[in-house]
Write a protein that binds this ligand. Structure first.
Ligand code: HEM
Length: 148
C-alpha cells in the first residue's frame, strides 16, 4: 500500500513537471529566438526528456507493484491506448530535440546564427500536438484506472 501511494505521488509530480516543461518550452520557442536562449531551450528539452524517461520507469513500477496488480493493466485496452498516445508524444518530441541540437551546433560554428522564424513556427507545431496528446493521456489514465 505504501509503495503504491509513494509511486502514485511521484508519478503525479513528474506528470505535472512534464506539463510545465512542455508549456515553458512552447513559451520560449518564439520568433526572434537567438543567443543564449537557444542553449537554455536545449537544456530545458534535455530535462523534458529525462522527466519523460522517469515517468516510464515509475509507470512500469506502478504496473508491477501497484495494488491492482500487473494483470489488471496488461488486459486493459485503455492502458494500451494510454501507452500508444504517450509513445506518440515521444515520437513528436524527436524533431524539436533534433532542431535544438542543430541550432546549438550552428551557433558554435556560425557566430550570430539565429534559427529562422519559419523553422521556429514549424517546431512549435510539434509542441502544440504534444500538449494536445498530453490532455488525451490524462483522460485515458483516468479511464484505465476505472474501466478495466
Ligand atoms: C505523460 C505520460 C503520463 C501521464 C500524463 C499519466 C497520467 C496519469 C494519471 C493522471 C494517473 C491517475 C489516474 C487516476 O487515478 O484517475 C495515472 C495513473 C497511472 N499511470 Fe500514468 N501517466 C503517464 C504515463 C504512464 C506510463 C508511461 C505508465 C506505465 C508504463 C503509467 C502507468 C500508470 C499506472 C499503472 C497508473 C495507476 C492507475 C490505477 O490507479 O489503476 N503512466 N497516470
Amino acid at each position: 500500500m505504501i509503495a503504491d501511494l509513494t509511486l502514485a505521488i511521484v508519478h503525479h509530480i513528474l506528470v505535472f513537471g512534464l506539463a510545465v516543461m512542455m508549456a515553458t518550452e512552447l513559451a520560449r520557442l518564439k520568433p526572434g529566438l537567438a543567443g543564449p536562449e537557444v542553449a537554455r531551450l536545449a537544456r530545458l528539452d534535455a530535462g523534458y526528456g529525462g522527466t519523460a524517461g522517469l515517468i516510464v520507469v515509475i509507470g512500469v513500477l506502478r504496473v508491477i507493484y501497484g495494488v491492482k496488480g500487473y494483470a489488471y493493466y496488461v488486459g486493459n485496452p485503455w492502458f494500451w491506448a494510454k501507452m500508444g498516445a504517450f509513445g506518440l508524444i515521444g515520437l513528436l518530441s524527436i524533431p524539436p530535440t533534433i532542431a535544438f541540437l542543430r541550432w546549438r551546433k550552428a551557433q558554435a560554428t556560425e557566430p550570430g546564427f539565429a534559427p529562422p522564424d519559419s523553422e521556429i513556427a514549424r517546431i512549435r507545431r510539434f509542441l502544440v500536438y504534444q500538449m494536445a496528446l498530453l490532455i488525451l493521456v490524462v483522460a485515458l489514465a483516468a479511464t484505465m484506472a476505472r474501466l478495466g
